[in-house]
Design a protein around this ligand. Structure first.
Ligand SMILES: [Mn+2]
Length: 322
């Protein structure tokens, strides 16, 4: 359940005293990351700052690709002596990707809501926040800026995506109170739902079907594991992945407690996606593979091939289901 934390004065000073800012997020940006960057960028511009939004990509999600042109993928050419960096929706800097190496010298603030947050410097971390965009909303309020419709839409966009359109929330009054503020500023749930869930291609459904058809069940149905080979991704197109829908369909199976998806991303590496319903803390399992995330949603990128990594992931769940 979300408990608001006040923004530390040192963070307000860091912003107040700077004039040039880079705002970065994690690699493989998602809606919350992009929404946080856009809404924070707009706030800083309203405060008279010059802002550059950074993202390494890859821009694979259909829901966010329209924002791509507003982001740069390099900090080259910025005034290195006077520029400050804000990293949202992740920490430490390594999660930004290769781009993070080039950002190591800047004074930095981390704004993150991940359970596995590990900031290296000034930070505003709240693992109870359902989305990083709600931490950005705290900044809008701390600076006394009235919400614009555009910023409110970006923040609601991130909130909707990270909460599965509110379905992962308990009786979370604080979060709904924030959603009410965003709706009050003109952000439309209907418009966001259409942006997140509409306009899927025929191939995206075929890929979903291919992956679902191979799903395997372990530990008396408490764990479901899916795999996606490179050949399958290529046949239907990377842009046609719909992980959220895949998790949603599998989580609706009676008795299931966790879902693991192992996808061969490159010949050497797999992406591991993990979801759980209640008790199982998948962020701990992701951490074993060098990743991180939240109790009920986490992931990692690990060296290896599907058969080996799948077996290791299943074995890790043994602890939870004993
Ligand atoms: Mn997030």
């Amino acid at each position: 359940m979300y408990t608001r934390l006040p923004v530390p004065q040192r963070i307000l000073d860091f912003i107040g005293e700077g004039s040039l800012f880079l705002i970065a997020g994690h690699r493989e940006p998602d809606e919350d990351c992009v929404g946080s960057q856009l809404a924070l960028g707009e706030l800083l511009e309203r405060l008279g700052k010059k802002v550059t939004l950074l993202s390494e990509g890859p821009w694979e999600r259909a829901e966010i690709v329209s924002f791509r042109e507003r982001f740069k993928d390099t900090a080259d050419g910025c005034d290195r002596r006077n520029t400050r960096l804000i990293v949202v929706d992740c920490s430490p800097l390594e999660r930004v990707g290769k781009l993070g190496d080039a950002l190591a010298e800047f004074p930095v603030v981390f704004i993150d809501h991940h359970k596995t947050a590990a900031p290296t410097g000034l930070s505003y971390i709240n693992p109870t926040a359902p989305a990083a965009t709600l931490l950005v909303l705290m900044l809008w309020e701390a600076f006394g800026q009235p919400l614009t419709m555009e910023a409110a839409e970006h923040m609601l966009f991130g909130l909707c995506a990270d909460t599965g359109f509110f379905r992962h929330l308990d009786a979370d009054a604080e979060t709904l109170a924030d959603a009410q503020k965003l709706a009050g500023a003109g952000a439309s749930l209907k418009k966001i739902f259409a942006a997140v869930n509409g306009d899927r291609t025929f191939n995206s459904r075929k890929l979903l079907g291919t992956v679902l058809a191979k799903a395997e069940s372990y530990y008396d149905g408490r764990l479901i594991v899916c795999t996606e080979e490179r050949e399958e991704t290529e046949r239907f197109g990377r842009e046609n992945r719909d992980s959220d829908m895949l998790y949603q369909l599998l989580q609706s199976v009676g008795g299931v407690e966790a879902i693991a998806v192992v996808r061969q991303d490159t010949p050497e590496k797999c992406a591991i996606g993990l979801r759980s319903k209640d008790a199982v803390d998948v962020s701990k399992i992701a951490a074993v593979f060098g990743g991180g995330g939240h109790k009920n949603a986490a992931g990692a990128s690990a060296e290896g091939l599907i058969p080996e990594l799948k077996a290791r992931v299943i074995a890790q769940f043994g602890e939870c289901f004993r």
